[in-house]
Ligand binder design. Structure first.
Ligand code: GRG
Ligand code: ZN
Length: 338
């Protein structure tokens, strides 16, 4: 910690609906709660937790005041294994999920050149199978999350040429269903999380013209419930994280206005913990760093403008889940889009 949590503003000193100062405190305090049940149960995904927390701080433009960049970079570098991939914590096996999170954290803190880039490229590229799909690790689980992760991570490393993009696109298209959505694998039920992965992957591969955008956007727009919140598939309950999985997809498809913006704002605000900060999945539940980040993402994608001038909410890119200035520095220019 660059600054002790107690020196951060304790009471919410803003009249804004977005309790930004409390959310900064909430993220800062996570590092201090090493005795909590949550800390110990989430250690296998420490790198992803760091990505969610650090990204939340970047969105609020408060990253410099909370964590020490050198410490974050050093921790992340230690998660890179001899095979080139990254594990979720020191000494854990490489996995696509943590490899992307680690590269995103290094990108945020400008530490990419300190990792073994070529080894990371080789490990990611080796996860592609002959039918174009990707496995998550050396044990072979196949899922539409993994071609997205490969494309995002390799763009961060400037090496998308290391994989067969056309075959990846063909496999992703096999995962599209009659309802225009996408599932984990061919024939699997449509789910907003998988749709995010497929839409973002197709965007990076300049292949969005191969899907029926209006039909897919229609399925996504139907995720909004009377509460204003979004669910991830029909008949399910609303959850703040779909403010990212659904809204990022609609943003990439240029159909953000198919959602009632103010109603979603109200749902996200209702999920804030007004005492200790953080955002929960549903109103009244315990907040966590994952829903805190994705709640902020939803507000960012929909252009929420804080009324308090001391609060900032920066724009997040819906495909890479990184702030635009970071992508610019990496030389990642906009895809062709639609
Ligand atoms: C860089 C943002 C980013 C992501 C990396 C990990 C990943 C790639 C994508 C995950 C996509 C995904 C499958 C998200 C959905 C997660 C989720 C809320 C699953 C819950 O599923 P159920 O069935 O919940 O438990 P529902 O809401 O359907 O009841
Ligand atoms: Zn959720």
């Amino acid at each position: 910690l660059e600054q002790p949590v107690d020196s951060l503003p304790k009471i919410e000193d803003t009249s804004d609906r977005l309790l930004a100062n409390l959310h900064v405190r909430f993220v800062a305090a996570l590092n201090d709660r090493k005795d909590s049940f949550h800390y110990w149960t989430s250690q296998h995904l420490r790198v992803s937790g760091m990505y969610w927390g650090c990204s939340a701080l970047f969105l609020l433009n408060r990253s410099a005041s909370v964590f020490n960049a050198d410490d974050i970079i050093a921790f992340t570098l230690e998660c890179q294994n001899s095979d080139g991939g990254f594990g979720g914590n020191h000494g854990q096996a490489s996995h696509m999920l943590y490899t992307l999170s680690a590269l995103q954290v290094l990108a945020l803190y400008r530490g990419l050149d300190k990792c073994r880039r070529d080894d990371a490229v080789a490990w990611i590229a080796a996860r592609q199978k002959s039918n174009g799909s990707f496995e998550g690790d050396e044990w072979g689980e196949v899922d539409t999350r993994f071609p997205y992760i490969a494309l995002n991570a390799l763009q961060i490393l400037g090496r998308v040429d290391a994989i067969n993009i056309e075959k990846a696109v063909e496999w992703i298209l096999l995962c599209q269903n009659w309802d225009a959505g996408f599932g984990v694998s061919p024939g699997a039920e449509s789910h907003a999380g998988q749709i995010f992965c497929c839409v973002a992957a197709l965007c990076i591969a300049n292949s969005l013209h191969r899907i029926d955008v209006d039909r897919l956007a229609n399925w996504l727009a139907f995720r909004q419930l009377p509460s204003g919140g979004l669910n991830g598939r029909p008949e399910k309950k609303a959850d703040v994280c779909y403010s990212w999985w659904v809204m990022s997809s609609l943003s990439t498809l240029q159909r953000l206005d198919w959602i009632h913006k103010d109603a979603l704002f109200e749902y996200i605000f209702a999920c804030q913990d007004a005492e200790d900060g953080g955002i929960a999945d549903k109103p009244g539940n315990m907040p966590d760093v994952y829903h805190t980040f994705f709640g902020l993402c939803g507000l960012s994608l929909l252009g929420y403008q804080p009324s308090d001038p001391t609060i900032e909410l920066r724009e997040i890119n819906p495909v890479y889940a990184l702030p635009y200035d970071v992508l610019e520095e990496l030389g990642i220019t906009a895809e062709r889009g639609l």
